[in-house]
Design a protein around this ligand. Structure first.
Ligand SMILES: NC(=O)c1ccc[n+]([C@@H]2O[C@H](COP(=O)([O-])OP(=O)(O)OC[C@H]3O[C@@H](n4cnc5c(N)ncnc54)[C@H](OP(=O)(O)O)[C@@H]3O)[C@@H](O)[C@H]2O)c1
Length: 220
């Protein structure tokens, strides 16, 4: 049985990824920051984790010692402000950078040794993090946080150059969650099915890639 560790499974796309992998017959361990009855109802193994808390990251790594995972997926992200840099509150800027860019890498570094040979480390980024396709500048702080994540993902890959896993920066599409809003074009089921298919299609390739839920490559 394949094993997944999904960080940030309380709701939205993270919850959808837990459900999708359970449906595919995987054993799933999922973390949550806020308690989630929806997650508990799915039957995954669950553990608490606020990704901004380094002590909690260490405790999770200790608790999982000895286990291996075919997929480590780091999902959390926030849209604390849509304002331009000069108007956004400093606390919102800090929160977005910490949750979206820094914390996912801290979590992945702490757990990289638990990824099985031939496994995948997935990070939930966004096409808005693509510097190469940034023509309209909307949501510039969120964009910057995901561009920072993308850069750190490549550094993570370089720091773990000899590790036998594939690293993916994944764009889920624009999805109807509390972040994506009610008019977003994609439902959660379509996005997570595509993400899971993309992860399986890329398993064993190695390196690092920035791709969307249809396995289409996005310019870094
Ligand atoms: N929806 C879209 O259209 C879209 C598009 C591109 C990328 N994304 C990315 O996809 C990911 C999931 O977004 P979503 O649309 O599912 O949004 P969402 O419904 O707002 O869910 C966000 C998730 O992140 C978790 N989270 C936030 N801060 C956390 C922290 N400090 N520690 C642990 N977990 C934390 C939340 O947990 P709580 O329940 O505790 O708040 C929740 O599970 C994010 O990285 C987002 O940037 C989404």
């Amino acid at each position: 049985m394949k094993r997944a560790l999904i960080i940030g499974g309380s709701r939205g796309l993270g919850l959808g990824l837990v459900r999708e992998h359970l449906t595919r017959g995987w054993h799933v361990t999922a973390t949550y920051r806020s308690p989630s009855p929806e997650l508990e109802a799915l039957g995954a193994e669950t553990m608490a984790l606020d990704v901004t808390d380094t002590a909690q990251i260490g405790a999770l790594a200790s608790r999982l010692a000895g286990q291996t995972f075919d997929l480590l997926f780091v999902n959390p992200g926030i849209m604390a402000s849509r304002l331009p840099v000069s108007q956004a509150a400093p606390a919102d800027i800090e929160a977005m950078m910490l949750v979206n860019a820094i914390s996912p890498i801290r979590v992945a570094d702490a757990l990289a040794g638990y990824v099985a040979a031939g496994g995948v480390v997935g990070f939930m980024t966004s096409i808005l993090g693509s510097i190469g396709t940034n023509e309209d500048g909307r949501m510039e702080l969120y964009r910057a946080s995901k561009a920072a994540l993308n850069s750190l993902v490549r550094s993570f890959r370089a720091r773990h150059a000899t590790a036998d896993f594939t690293v993916l920066a994944l764009h889920p599409g624009v999805v109807r969650t509390s972040m994506g809003g009610p008019t977003a074009p994609l439902d959660i089921e379509t996005s997570v099915r595509g993400l899971a298919d993309t992860i399986e299609a890329r398993r064993g390739i190695g390196g690092a890639a920035f791709v969307d839920y249809r396995n289409e490559v996005i310019p870094w």
